[in-house]
Design a protein around this ligand. Structure first.
Ligand code: GLN
Length: 481
């Protein structure tokens, strides 16, 4: 049996009797076992996945299946699935079992997707390489000496290695798009307020979004259609109607596309990526699209602004992990204060502690105005300028990452170097816009890199349609540096 390349292919193979949904789940379970060394899965839900497969087979036989029948999907280990463990790849949630479903999980199940397991990630989604997981790093299936990116490292590795057909990740500053770029997969961060975060373990609430990681655009569109829209449990959601994304994949007309000068000229950008973007621009011009070179003077402020604001929010969100409410409690605790102190000291990893301390610092009296309030103002400038560019342009085109996947340990000793990996992805989170990483290029050693498009708020539909056009016509133009 060969892994299906899309949901529609899986469903038609099941309908024509090539295999059953149960066979498909067994096939993936086998592949997960064979690829255990990748460390992509934290846990495989073998029993509940096989049971669900039988139910879906029954529905397909009677023609009553939902939109996602045939989809075997994995969840990042920060999304709650009732009666299953969830840990955010942290020791502090050791043994914690979710008592409810995230809204996205309900929606997947209602449309007959099968959830096969939970996926390794950086602890509390903090990281760009998956090296911050308390349960070991994930290996990049394309080169096992390299990181898969982070924080949704397990989610992208599982799709790239055919351990399931699609996965959900979360993206606070690039955690879907950056690892998608490193593994040749499609990663979409929806507009802030498009998909419910109810049941997502919060990192930085004014940034966090859940989104799909897939092999292609039609599957991303299908997932968006199912997952988007109002939810009484998440008040940040927009009431804007949810388009039929999967039926609107024909990109119409000529587009105005902005290219940010400072991104292309950035010293840290791998020349192979720069060359690719230049040749892509030439091709797009030949097709009749207009390319506008624009300036974005805030590039150097993006990463500092992101880290001041997200650590502040994290220091508050992670206050609930205190050794009393959830999961891990230190054996050495003897009173209330030592329960908090020792459980948190032992339960959190180094990077998470660094961020809680940094976030507490920027919020503390005397520093609040200098750091937190100032970063809020810079965020507003970044959002305004992004929207100003998008007034005259349908999309902003930029790299997803400065380089291809790096080797393990390369950035581990220098947090600032690691944070700079996010330079091209944090803009969409600071501004709130939807953004996608498309696996269009390959550089040295055949390693992939992503091309990113940012669109106007809630314009996922034209974004997906134009992405589909690019994926169908421009995949894998190889450029040498
Ligand atoms: N790498 C970024 C960080 O460490 C992004 C993480 C994310 O999007 N969850 O914060």
């Amino acid at each position: 049996m060969k892994a299906p390349s899309s949901v529609s292919e899986a469903l038609s193979s099941i309908k024509t009797g090539s295999y059953t949904t149960k066979d498909l789940v067994s096939f993936y379970l086998h592949r997960i076992e064979e690829n255990k060394d990748l460390n992509a899965f934290r846990e495989v839900f073998e029993k509940t996945a096989l049971e669900a497969a039988e139910r879906v087979d029954e529905k397909i036989r009677s023609g009553t299946q939902g939109k996602l029948a045939g989809l075997v999907i994995g969840l990042k280990d920060n999304i709650c699935y009732k009666n299953h463990q969830v840990s955010a790849s942290s020791k502090i949630l050791d043994g914690f079992i979710s008592i409810y479903n995230a809204t996205v999980v309900d929606r997947l199940i209602n449309e007959d997707a099968i959830i096969i397991g939970r996926l390794n990630c950086d602890e509390f989604a903090m990281g760009s390489s998956n090296e911050n997981s308390a349960f070991g790093a994930v290996k990049n299936p394309l080169d096992k000496n390299r990181v898969p990116g982070g924080s949704s490292g397990g989610s992208v590795a599982a799709v790239a290695a055919d351990l399931c057909l699609a996965t959900l990740g979360s993206d606070t500053g690039g955690s879907i798009r950056q690892p998608a770029s490193f593994t040749g997969t499609v990663g979409l961060k929806p507009t802030y307020g498009r998909i419910s975060r109810y049941g997502l373990i919060a990192y930085a609430s004014s940034f966090d979004q859940i989104g799909p990681i897939t092999k292609n655009i039609p599957d991303a569109a299908l997932l968006m259609e199912v997952l988007s829209g109002m939810d009484e449990y998440d008040s940040t959601l927009s009431s804007k109607p949810v388009p039929s994304y999967s039926k609107e994949l024909q990109s119409a007309g000529r587009k105005n596309i902005a290219v940010i000068k400072e991104c292309i000229e950035n010293d840290g950008l791998n020349p192979a990526i720069r060359n690719y973007i230049r040749s892509l621009i030439d091709e797009l011009k030949k097709e009749g699209h207009t390319i506008n070179e624009v300036s974005f003077p805030y590039l150097e402020y993006m990463v500092p602004t992101y880290y001041v604001l997200t650590t502040a929010e994290a220091s508050s969100n992670l206050g609930r992990f205190d050794g009393v409410h959830y999961g891990y409690r230190s054996k050495a605790a003897y009173d209330l204060d030592s329960t908090y102190r020792k459980s948190r000291t032992e339960g959190f990893g180094k990077e998470v502690k660094r961020r809680i301390m940094l976030g507490t610092f920027v919020l503390s009296e005397g520093y609040y105005d200098a750091y937190y309030a100032k970063a809020q103002r810079v965020r507003r400038l970044i959002r305004n300028r992004t929207n100003e560019i998008l007034k005259d342009n349908d999309f902003i085109l930029l790299p997803s990452t400065p380089d291809v996947a790096f080797e393990f340990g390369k950035n581990s000793s220098d947090p600032v170097k690691m944070y700079l990996e996010d330079i091209f992805t944090v803009q969409a989170n600071l501004a709130g816009n939807p953004a996608i990483s498309l696996p269009l290029g390959k550089a040295e050693n055949d390693l992939p890199f992503g091309i990113q498009l940012i669109a106007r708020d809630f314009e996922e539909s034209p974004l997906l349609a134009f992405s589909n056009h690019l994926m169908n016509t421009k995949t894998l133009i190889k450029t040498e540096s």
